[in-house]
Design a protein around this ligand. Sequence first.
Ligand code: HEC
Ligand code: HEC
Length: 268
Amino acid sequence: MAAPVRHRHRWRRRLGALARFVGALALVGGIYTAFAPGIYADEPKQNFDKLAAEGKELFDNSCVSCHGKNAEGVKGRGPSLIGVGGAAVEFQVNSGRMPMAKQEAQAERKEAVFTPEQAEALAAFIQKLGGGPEAPDKKWLADAVANADVASGGELFRVNCASCHGFATGGGALSSGKYAPSLRDVPTDQIYEAMLTGPQNMPVFADNQLSAEQKAEVIAYIEYLNNDRDPGGPFTLGRFGPSTEGLAIFLVGITTLALATLWIAGKS
Ligand code: HEC
Ligand code: HEC
C-alpha cells in the first residue's frame, strides 16, 4: 500500500511543477506582449522624428531665406511649403531645382546640392509640418514599373503628357518663356513625384485622376522610349518627334534640288 501513495505524491509534485512552469511562461509572455509591440510600433515613428529633426537643421541653413523660418513662405522670395508634402521636396531637391540659386522664371534641373538621404530628411521635416503627398516607396515603384503595361502607359502619356512634353518626350516651349523639359534621364521616382505634385506650370495628377498603377505605366512607357535609341526615325533630332524629322528632310531635299538646278543651269 506504500508504493501507490508515493506514486500519488510524485504525481502531485509533477503537476505542481507543471503548473508553476505554465504560470511562469504565461507571465513572461504577458510581460513580453505588454512591452514588445509598443517597442516595435514606436520604432518607425522615432526614426521619422529623428529624420525630421535632421531635416530641420538642413532647412534652417539652406531654405529659410526664401521659405521662412516655419516654411510659411517669404513674400517675393519663395512660397509656403506647408502641405506640399515630402514628394514635392524630394522632387525639387533631388532634381537640383532647390535650393534655388537665384530668382528666375523657372527653377531648372541641375546638379543636386544634397544627397538623397538629406533630401529624405528635408522631406520628413516638411511632411511633419503639414502633411501632403509622400514620395513613393522605392521598392514598390521599381516592381510596379517592371510589371507595368507599356502600351497602356503609351496611351496615357499621349493623352496626359504629350501636349507639353512632346510625343517622344523631347519637351517643348510653353507661353511666357516657360517650357516643359525633356524627360530623358529623369529618374523614375522623380517622374512619379512630378506627376503627384505638379511643379510650376505642370498640372497635378492626383491618384484619383491617374492611379498609382497608371503612373507606373506612364513611367514604364517613358523608360521604354528612353531605352530605345531610335524613337521612330533615322535621327533623333532632339527627340521632338516626326515633325522635326520632316523639316530636316525637307531642308536637305530643297537644298539638294536647288544645287542641282544651279548645276544644270550652269552647264547649258
Ligand atoms: C533663392 C530662394 C529659394 C531658396 C534658397 C529655396 N527655394 Fe524652394 N522655391 C523658391 C521659389 C521661388 C519657388 C517657387 C517656384 C518654383 O517652384 O520654381 C520654390 C519652390 C519650392 C518647392 C515647390 C513647392 C510646391 O508647391 O510644389 C519646394 C518643395 C521647395 N521650394 C523646397 C525648397 C527646399 C527644401 C529648399 C532648401 C533646400 C529651398 N526650397 C530653397 C525659392 C527658393
Ligand atoms: C500643361 C503642361 C504639362 C503637362 C500636361 C505635363 N507636364 Fe510635366 N512639366 C511641365 C512643366 C512646365 C514642367 C517644369 C516644371 C519645373 O521646372 O518646375 C514639367 C516637369 C516635368 C518633369 C520633371 C522633369 C525634369 O527635368 O526634372 C517630369 C518628370 C514631368 N513633367 C512628367 C510629366 C508627365 C509624366 C506628364 C503626364 C502624366 C506631364 N508631365 C504632364 C508641364 C506639363
